[in-house]
Design a protein around this ligand. Structure first.
Ligand code: GDP
Length: 491
């Protein structure tokens, strides 16, 4: 446990090596910005990233909700398509509004990607939070808010209107631009004040032009972009000519993008921090080692409990010594040898309680070979993914954070919940392969390539030739994910 200390080392640590600015007066409103149970990261953010963040904070302060600039851009937006965009005499603010889709892990990786996009294009990031996400995070940008005041936003109805989303999409803008007969219409669309970008999972339609330099050129001046994605699309910027240099300068270590942006953006609110702190101090703090198991079963009706349980044990005890070995030969009660035994805390995180029960019982009924003291803990078992439930998301966030404090992680294939934990914790996890039937996959798990999240649905077509491309074969630092072979990740 650390708090703000006098020594400069401690100070650097508390401010995440410059990612955060000096604490100031916000301490009581966001305790987690000044306290952390995670280890100090060995990865230092680049001075360039730090300067970009300070510049961004300044932009957000000038253009964020409540400012004169914001009110002016909203007024222009209410006039809709035919707006005279003369920006010469006044400050011109541009925005990207993030819309929520899918579970919390998906949302967090796409927020981080959208923030990177905002940094690269001098846009202000605003979140349409919906009640189920309220009060999970502190405000990340000093003296401002990243929450879109949705009640007063003139386009809130359009957010979820499929037809409007399509007619005002980057894909249809490009389509119109390609047809000469529609050039006038295209010019009108160019002058439009807002545009949707729908690159949600599995979408391979026109909006994927967002990942092309020509798509970016055509949306550059549009003041309001509305982004719908549940993906970690940050890796795409590393292969776009327009952004490649800048993003590499920000992240000379390419596998630290989510690690730095996530630690910068996502500070648990005081309520979430209460959940984290109480659990950590009661069950994890005193252990010499913390082992995190994240068990996500996407198809519990068809995949038997025993298969997944065998897989976990196969992965973590037989193969990799992650879980302490049980001693089948020794009597259950041994005399104390006098040597200090180490204590290990196993944090089991899952929607279900069976895995935790089984592991806890294992270490209760048998000693370990090394004689370690083993505690097994599970914060909650929510049984199924609940939508629109704030407390459900609060627990999920607390559990992701607790996993990120572990020394070792075993995660489940395909799970963005696990990706966030590994990225925040700076951990390269062991990934349990996806189970599709009654059989334990062989091998049961694999060590991940990096701590970065996997981009599940990267673009599949070349921007210039429109021919099929393999996103994992373009550059050496973008590789196919170990848990999902059509996805790619930064390494
Ligand atoms: P993914 O579906 O595994 O990629 O992760 P998401 O976070 O995007 O969506 C799954 C959602 O289900 C989470 O956000 C939680 O709401 C819930 N969930 C899944 N696994 C767990 C878990 O282990 N603990 C808790 N508390 N919630 C979970």
């Amino acid at each position: 446990f650390r708090t703000q200390q006098d020594s400069s080392n401690r100070n650097d640590e508390a401010l995440l090596d410059g990612l955060l600015t000096s604490p100031g007066a916000d301490e009581p409103s966001c305790l987690s910005r000044h306290q952390s149970y995670r280890k100090h990261s060995p990865h230092k953010p680049s001075p360039y990233l730090i300067s970009k963040l300070r510049k961004y904070e300044d932009l957000h302060r000038r253009c964020g909700p409540g400012t004169k600039s914001y009110k002016r851009e909203i007024r222009k937006l209410t006039k809709l398509d035919r707006v005279d965009r003369d920006h010469s005499s006044e400050e011109y603010c541009k925005y990207v509004i993030w819309l929520p889709a899918n579970g919390l892990g998906n949302r967090m990786i796409s927020i981080a990607s959208t923030f990177l996009f905002a940094l690269l294009t001098d846009r202000v990031l605003l979140l349409h939070q919906r009640p189920d996400m309220e009060d999970l995070f502190c405000e990340p940008f000093p003296n401002s808010s990243w929450v879109l005041p949705v009640d007063k936003f003139p386009l809130q109805k359009e957010f979820w209107d499929e037809k409007d989303r399509h007619s005002h999409s980057i894909g249809s803008l490009m389509e119109k631009g390609n047809s000469s007969a529609a050039r006038n219409e295209s010019t009108r669309a160019q002058a439009s004040s807002y545009l949707f970008v729908n690159v949600n999972h599995g979408r391979y339609d026109g909006d994927n032009v967002f990942y092309c330099d020509r798509g970016q050129a055509s949306i550059e001046k549009i003041p309001w972009l509305i982004m719908l994605s549940d993906q970690y699309y940050a890796p795409a910027f590393f292969v776009m000519k327009r952004f490649e240099k800048e993003v590499t300068k920000m992240f000379p270590e390419k596998d630290t993008v989510f690690h730095h942006l996530g630690r910068y953006l996502f500070h648990p609110s005081n309520q979430a921090w209460g959940l984290i702190k109480r659990f950590y101090r009661a069950y994890l703090e005193k252990a010499d080692q913390r082992i995190g198991l994240q068990i996500r079963v996407f198809n519990p009706k068809t995949v038997p409990f025993q298969t997944v349980m065998d897989q976990i044990l196969e992965c973590s005890s037989k193969e990799n010594n992650i879980l302490p070995k049980l001693d089948d030969a020794k009597p259950v009660a041994t005399s104390e040898s006098g040597n200090r035994t180490s204590s290990k805390a196993i944090l089991a995180v899952s929607l279900y309680s069976e895995y935790y029960e089984h592991i806890k019982n294992m270490y209760w009924t048998k000693p370990t070979v090394e004689g370690d003291v083993i505690g097994v803990y599970q914060p909650s078992h929510e049984e199924y993914q609940k939508f629109g439930d704030n407390m459900h998301n609060m627990k999920a966030w607390a559990e992701i954070s607790l996993l990120s404090t572990c020394d070792v992680l075993v995660t489940s294939a395909w799970s963005t919940f696990g990706y966030v934990a590994q990225g925040l914790g700076g951990l390269k996890p062991w990934i349990l392969h996806k189970v599709n039937d009654q059989n334990v996959p062989n091998p049961a798990c694999v060590e991940d390539l990096s701590m970065e999240p996997c981009f599940h649905f990267p673009p599949t077509c070349d921007c210039d030739t429109d021919e099929k491309v393999d996103a994992g074969a373009l550059v050496p630092y973008l590789r196919h994910c170990k848990d999902l072979n059509w996805g790619v990740k930064l390494v």
